[in-house]
Design a binder for this molecule. Structure first.
Ligand SMILES: [Zn+2]
Length: 311
């Protein structure tokens, strides 16, 4: 039995951040370590997983994936479409940016804004994932700080928050580009205009910092993760070791590969391109200019300084 599963506590390393912040890369890096089970964006299991049957990172459609089939069967038995649709609707509603402070109050008082059947469903879901992951630490790259607050409401779950920051100008530029979810489909990832994308980025980190007042965690920059993968993963693992109170085996960063099969759900199509070298995409520096780049710089000015993106 791994040391982190003592007392039947479910350990979740939560990757928080804005969209297009590199969370898929980080969760794939975790998947190379024997103590972690990379599950991707678990918050999207209701719609993109169960209802829409999109592809898992293992290559199978969700309903054919052995890992997720076992999870769904264990948590919910026979799938009732009406119930799953309700879970999807509730998940979307309670984690909306505009509802963050209602959710915050609910998570602190333990009742109210979040429907009881949804909390019970999440409780069953994470217990089933932990069983299928055989007690490994769950990597949940759902990103949303609001969703992290939902996990904080589950009685058997402990979370360690990895706040993954990426230069807002790179993120906003990325949000302008067309990107498909998975190979062989025309389904595109969300795209936003400059002002909306900048405000989403800003709010993502404001709420992440709010959550991190209440849970252990670490803030890292995506650029450091790419340029110094070994050092940055070492810092994260060191924080996790302190959280666990017992050291995990070292990670041999020099031999990183994408050889491990993961069951990463939803997220960037990078999860299908195993074997690809890790490199920093800096096209935004030459292609994101003019009024758009200026607007992002103004809207996110305080964070650009705080996270050393001014130069
Ligand atoms: Zn799978």
């Amino acid at each position: 039995m791994p040391p982190h599963s003592e007392n039947n506590r479910i350990k979740v390393v939560y990757v928080g951040g804005s969209g297009r912040c590199g969370s898929t890369l980080l969760s794939l890096l975790f998947s190379q370590h024997q103590s972690f089970c990379d599950c991707g964006e678990i918050r999207n299991i209701w719609d993109r997983g169960i209802l829409e049957n999109r592809k898992c990172a293992c290559g199978e459609p969700f309903s054919n994936c052995q890992f997720w089939s076992a999870v769904v069967q264990s948590a919910f038995g026979k799938v009732d479409t009406a119930t799953i649709t309700r879970m999807s609707t509730v998940a979307g509603k309670v984690t909306r940016y505009r509802n963050y402070f209602k959710l915050r109050n609910a998570s602190q008082s333990g009742h109210g804004f979040v429907p009881e059947d949804y909390r019970e469903a999440l409780d069953r879901l994470y217990k089933a994932i932990s069983n299928s992951a055989q007690g490994k630490i769950i990597i949940d790259s759902s990103k949303s700080a609001a969703y992290a607050r939902l996990l904080m409401m589950l009685p058997d779950v402990d979370i360690f928050y990895v706040n993954l920051i990426r230069n807002p100008r790179a993120v906003v530029y990325s949000w302008q580009k067309k990107m498909t979810y998975e190979p062989g489909t025309a389904r595109e990832m969300d795209r936003f205009g400059v002002v909306r994308a900048s405000l989403i980025w800003k709010f993502a980190y404001m709420t992440a910092n709010d959550v991190m007042k209440e849970v252990p965690g670490i803030t890292i920059r995506y650029e450091d993760l790419v340029n110094d993968t070994s050092g940055t993963m070492g810092s994260i693992l060191s924080g996790i070791n302190t959280w666990l109170g017992s050291p995990l085996p070292d990670m041999n960063i020099e031999k990183l590969s994408w050889a491990n099969v993961t069951h990463s759900l939803s997220g960037n199509p990078l999860r299908f391109r195993k074997g690809e070298a890790i490199k920093l995409d800096e096209k935004w520096k030459t292609e994101f200019k003019g009024i758009g780049a200026l607007a992002t710089s103004i809207l996110c000015n305080s964070e650009i300084r705080r996270y050393r993106y001014a130069s």
